[in-house]
Design a protein around this ligand. Structure first.
Ligand SMILES: Nc1nc2c(c(=O)[nH]1)N[C@H]1C(S)=C(S)[C@@H](COP(=O)(O)OP(=O)(O)OC[C@H]3O[C@@H](n4cnc5c(=O)[nH]c(N)nc54)[C@H](O)[C@@H]3O)O[C@H]1N2
Ligand SMILES: Nc1nc2c(c(=O)[nH]1)N[C@H]1C(S)=C(S)[C@@H](COP(=O)(O)OP(=O)(O)OC[C@H]3O[C@@H](n4cnc5c(=O)[nH]c(N)nc54)[C@H](O)[C@@H]3O)O[C@H]1N2
Ligand code: SF4
Ligand SMILES: [Mo]
Length: 666
């Protein structure tokens, strides 16, 4: 009888599927485990691709050292000796800040955090801070509510209105779709707000096109109408909101006509939206990260939070602003060393390449885990230059990524199926055990073991006293009394006991005042004005054809949007998938582009060529190129400069502007 092993998807995806895995003659068979009531037994192509990757030809199986333009297989003993030697040498020359550790969320296993523990044991190295992903909205919600919490997805069936604001579950979280359909069957209305008529709009009640980066202004404009019409939830605001009067004054500056000019939405549509919020209560706002990938991204999410607060749509069943589910971190034991024991040097993600270039002490040794910065960070061309200037570069991965190709030592790590781990993400309320299904391919090594063995060679073994299983027990220790143990998790996914069905249902907001803070001292500290995040305006809203725009915007009049790819997850599983440029027919007409023609897209940073696709779905002022895919090792991030967001030091990928030109006729 074949053995079925419980596992879970380690990818950086909101759904966090429960897996069942079987070893077969042909390889691994992965399918969905019905025990997880969110993912309910179906998985996506990326989950299946993970299983194929285990045996795939591109899989890294042995440590490899650069030998000129090719690679030489070396033993783990040689690899450790070399790496330990480089670490010692760098620490002697510059101190530990001469070492740069780049990491992200390429794998959501909790034991993956042992990489950071290793560098903390060295005293703290150079590392990224802020975020490539959700940082602006995350910080906004910390300021407004005191923490980032969402109601369970299942609660959506109690909503009267669901707004998909800058989010496209058809691409980025497919398991949300059955719930949205169920909510609609129970009478909820579904509205999509997005510059692109995304796939989710196909089953929505209404779709509203908004100019990129103007959602903050839109939220303030809607708040204006809500106040004007007397749709304010006075009892809620009185009891739970701080700073309402200051906010109401700010909102006066956003009358419908002005907001319409900024957002491109008609006054009529705005009235309809505001009215729907008043009529179809409770309202659930499902925020994507797209609307906060701008320099005003924190501003934007604060304005949406405020709109939810004014209308009393927080803490109630079927209501709330869904952004993330950041409960686990505070409730599980951390693998990090105590903060006082180490001191890292950190640069914001968005400015990493520039910062590394100028760093003093300089970076001599770089080590990359669970990320592919040469493709995924902005400023790819500068990254390459800076990367080449670093003396010794090491990548830990399962496949030869672009970053790995440009490095000196590549170390093969195990996939989720070749070791045990616990999957706990900031998106899912579930804790899930991922068991070991098979022995590692070739000499691939599990990271907990890798960092333990490396630490031992540097005399730091005392920081790594445990096996993987023991680490997992340690992580889960605080939950033992509530019955969450490794043993229990091996029997199936568990909803973490600290996660309520309805976020903020107790109205105990974790802010200094205990209320939702529209007026916030924290915001004052971070941006000089407690209301600074409600300026709402964008000085450079694209005019559609570039007319009337000044300076850089005239040369580069269009917004370059680079949403996540449907076929893969960032650069993973995107090998061989070509770059495509999506534009609106009006733009195609103006630049004499037909579908399939090669188009040259240029920004202040660089240019790329790719075939064009023409679609009514695209905003006429936008050029859309999904991220993750590369040609010659470079993807769309060669066009994008690093810009830090107003809050949370997030990377404002969608702030870049571009222009297009036809090149070769197909
Ligand atoms: N298939 C797949 N799924 C994924 C991922 C993947 O790479 N592939 N990545 C995962 C990760 S790490 C993340 S962070 C999530 C992200 O998931 P989402 O937040 O759903 O997706 P993004 O692609 O970040 O956001 C882009 C969306 O925002 C819209 N948008 C852009 N600008 C604006 C704007 O100014 N206003 C509004 N209202 N909308 C705007 C875009 O058109 C697009 O629909 O997805 C996760 N899931
Ligand atoms: N232009 C543009 N750029 C973007 C975005 C955008 O919307 N537009 N989105 C941004 C967002 S939201 C995010 S989250 C980032 C994601 O940025 P990255 O995390 O750098 O993206 P991935 O391509 O998923 O790279 C993850 C790598 O980790 C490897 N990996 C998997 N498992 C393990 C493991 O166990 N150990 C180790 N060491 N490695 C492992 C994978 O093979 C893969 O190569 O990209 C950002 N970049
Ligand atoms: S990528 Fe997301 S939807 Fe696909 S299998 Fe993994 S968790 Fe499930
Ligand atoms: Mo992300």
């Amino acid at each position: 009888m074949t053995e079925v092993v419980r596992s879970a998807c380690p990818l950086n995806c909101p759904d966090s599927c429960a897996f069942l895995v079987e070893k077969t003659q042909q390889g691994l068979r992965v399918y969905g485990d019905r025990e997880n009531p969110i993912t309910r037994g179906f998985i996506c192509a990326k989950g299946r691709a993970l299983a194929e990757r285990v045996f795939s030809r591109d899989r890294l199986r042995f440590p490899q050292l650069r030998a000129g333009t090719s690679w030489k297989r070396i033993s783990w003993e040689e690899a450790y000796k070399l790496l330990a030697g480089e670490i010692r040498r760098t620490v002697e020359e510059t101190g530990p800040w001469g070492i740069f550790h780049h990491f992200d969320y390429g794998h959501n296993g909790v034991l993956r955090a042992l990489d950071r523990r290793f560098f903390q044991a060295l005293g703290g190295v150079t590392e990224p801070r802020g975020s490539m992903c959700w940082g602006a909205g995350y910080r906004a919600q910390e300021i407004d509510f005191g923490a980032v919490r969402s109601s369970l997805w299942q609660d959506l069936v109690r909503a009267g209105l669901i707004i998909l604001w800058g989010r496209d579950p058809a691409v980025t979280s497919i398991h949300l779709q059955p719930l949205l359909r169920a909510a609609r069957r129970q009478g909820a209305k579904l509205i999509v707000i997005n510059p692109v008529r995304v796939r989710s709009a196909d089953f929505a009640d209404a779709y509203f096109r908004v100019n990129p980066g103007t959602d903050g202004a839109l939220a303030l404009g809607l708040a204006h109408i809500v106040l004007d019409r007397g749709w304010l939830d006075q009892d809620f605001v009185k009891a739970h909101v701080k700073g309402f009067s200051a906010f109401a004054v700010r909102v006066k500056d956003f009358p419908p006509a002005k907001v319409s000019a900024l957002t491109g939405m008609s006054v009529e549509d705005m009235r309809f939206l505001a009215e729907s919020m008043g009529r179809e209560k409770p309202v659930s706002f499902l925020l994507g990260y797209g609307l906060q990938r701008y320099t005003n991204g924190g501003n934007t999410v604060r304005a949406v939070d405020a709109l939810a607060a004014l209308t009393g749509n927080v803490g109630r069943p079927g209501a709330g602003v869904h952004f993330a589910h950041a409960y686990h971190k505070r409730n599980l034991n951390s693998l990090f060393l105590p903060p006082g024991d180490w001191q890292s040097r950190a640069f914001p993600h968005a400015l990493l390449a520039q910062s590394l270039k100028q760093a003093d002490p300089p970076v001599r040794l770089a080590l990359v885990t669970r990320s592919n910065p040469l493709v995924q960070q902005p400023d790819s061309l500068l990254w390459r230059e800076v990367w080449q200037g670093i003396r010794f570069k090491v990548v830990l991965d399962t496949v030869m990524t672009e970053t790995a190709k440009q490095s000196d030592l590549v170390l093969p790590v195990t996939t989720v199926f070749e070791e045990e781990d616990l999957i706990a993400t900031s998106w899912s309320p579930f804790l899930q055990y991922a068991g070991k299904v098979l022995e590692p391919q070739g000499e691939a090594k599990a990271e907990p073991l890798l960092f333990t063995e490396l630490a031992q060679r540097l005399g730091l073994g005392r920081y790594f006293p445990f096996s993987a299983a023991k680490w997992l027990e340690y992580v889960l220790e605080p939950l033992a009394q509530q019955g969450v143990t490794l043993g229990r998790l091996k029997e199936g996914p568990l909803r973490a006991p600290y996660i309520p069905e309805v976020a903020w249902g107790d109205y105990l907001f974790a802010t200094p005042s205990g209320k939702i803070e529209l007026f916030s001292e924290l915001a004052r500290k971070e941006s000089g004005d407690p209301m600074a995040n409600f300026t709402g305006e964008r000085p450079d809203v694209p005019g559609g054809d570039g007319s009337g725009l000044e300076g850089e915007t005239r040369e580069f009049p269009f917004y370059l949007l680079t949403p996540h790819p449907a076929a893969g997850i960032h650069s993973q599983f995107m090998e061989g998938k070509g770059l495509r440029v999506f534009i609106h027919p009006s733009l195609a007409g103006r630049f004499k582009l037909s579908p399939g023609d090669m188009v040259l897209v240029s920004t202040a940073r660089g240019q790329l060529q790719a075939p064009v696709a023409v679609s009514e779905a695209i905003h006429p002022s936008c050029v859309v190129i999904p991220e993750g895919v590369t040609a010659g090792g470079l993807g769309v991030n060669q066009l994008i400069g690093g810009r830090v967001s107003d809050l949370g030091e997030s990377t404002s990928y969608y702030e870049e502007r571009c222009t297009v030109r036809a090149t070769i006729r197909a």
